[in-house]
Ligand binder design. Structure first.
Ligand code: HEM
Length: 293
């Protein structure tokens, strides 16, 4: 079945737009590569090392798509948008596809020397961690079909797919460990992941009831503070730069610290319930009442 069709076989414009969207980073990397250059990570122009840079760009998007996949559930609940769940499988499989391309690019970078690649994966801990994440994501991708879901049964399937959280954590650890001096992007991604975990926990503690605006604001601030603490701790342990210096730099807006990006991303979820009630959920409730009358 084509990814842009819904269960009745009709074209779903939401799925079609998402499908085009998930292809774009890969197509862009392939296009610039075919021109003899490749985009540098984090949009730093282009460089003459196409394979290495494509490896980095695709690696970045692997993590981003994993986080986007995990954000589907909060988005569904807070925006009262049940249809968005139909995108989760496509997004998760996309994340895996990007990781697989990332691995293939590593093999290309190493001139197809498969035994050397295997020994590097076995010997370098950051590659071993990446490989474990790859194998786990492969298991999730294989079991993401309807028939696998039926075979495993709802509960077992769900328990297996909760592995997406620890596997994302492994991907983030790999991201951190291969970073040299600048850990801005892995810190931002880890902060967003932290918010997703905090949201899950808070939703459970709240007896699965919708979280209120003040609760969402507290989660956003909590995730941002923990991100700042984490970044300071990383610099302290990995580089010896005093944690205090990084912590104090939070209000130096020449270089916006990762904690602010995390605060911004997490805050985007706060008005969603209000917007949903104001613009679409009320209409839906009224329509349901009209049908019932
Ligand atoms: C078979 C498993 C994997 C291998 C062999 C592998 C290999 C690599 C290599 C060689 C680098 C570049 C390191 C350097 O230049 O010093 C890298 C970077 C990276 N990898 Fe992987 N990786 C694997 C799995 C993963 C997974 C599972 C993820 C994410 C879910 C991931 C995300 C990243 C990211 C984000 C970067 C950094 C990109 C940047 O510089 O911005 N990798 N990986």
């Amino acid at each position: 079945m084509y990814p842009w069709l819904d269960r009745t076989g009709k074209v779903s414009y939401l799925k079609l737009a998402t499908f085009i969207g998930v292809l774009l980073p890969g197509l862009w990397a392939a296009f610039v590569w075919s021109m003899g250059q490749a985009p540098q990570p984090s949009g730093l122009g282009t460089s003459a090392m196409p394979v290495t840079n494509a490896l980095h760009v695709i690696g970045d998007w692997s993590v981003r798509f994993l986080l986007i996949t995990l954000a589907v559930t909060p988005l569904r609940r807070l925006a009262m948008w049940p249809r968005v769940i139909t995108l989760r499988r496509m997004l998760g499989v996309t994340a895996f596809a990007y990781v697989a391309i990332h691995l293939v690019l590593y093999i290309v970078q190493q001139n197809y020397r498969l035994l050397f690649v295997a020994s590097e994966i076995a010997l370098r801990i950051y590659l071993t961690i990446g490989f474990v994440a790859f194998v786990g994501l492969l298991a999730l991708a294989i079991t993401s079909t309807d028939s696998a879901m039926r075979r495993l049964g709802g509960k077992k399937w769900q328990r297996l797919h909760y592995l997406a959280y620890p596997l994302t954590m492994l991907g983030l650890a790999h991201f951190f460990m291969q970073s040299k001096i600048n850990v801005t992007e892995p810190v931002i991604m880890s902060g967003c992941f932290l918010w997703l975990m905090l949201y899950r926990l808070a939703h459970r503690w709240n007896n699965e009831k919708p979280l209120l605006a003040w609760q969402l604001a507290s989660l956003a601030i909590g995730a941002a503070v923990l991100t700042q603490l984490g970044e300071a701790a990383w610099y302290q342990f990995a580089t010896g730069i005093g944690a205090e210096r990084i912590f104090n730099a939070v209000f130096d807006f020449h270089h916006v610290r990762p904690a602010w990006w995390v605060l911004g991303a997490a805050s985007a979820f706060i008005p969603l319930p209000w917007i949903a009630r104001r613009f679409w959920a009320a209409g839906r409730v009224a329509a349901r009442a009209a049908v019932a009358a």
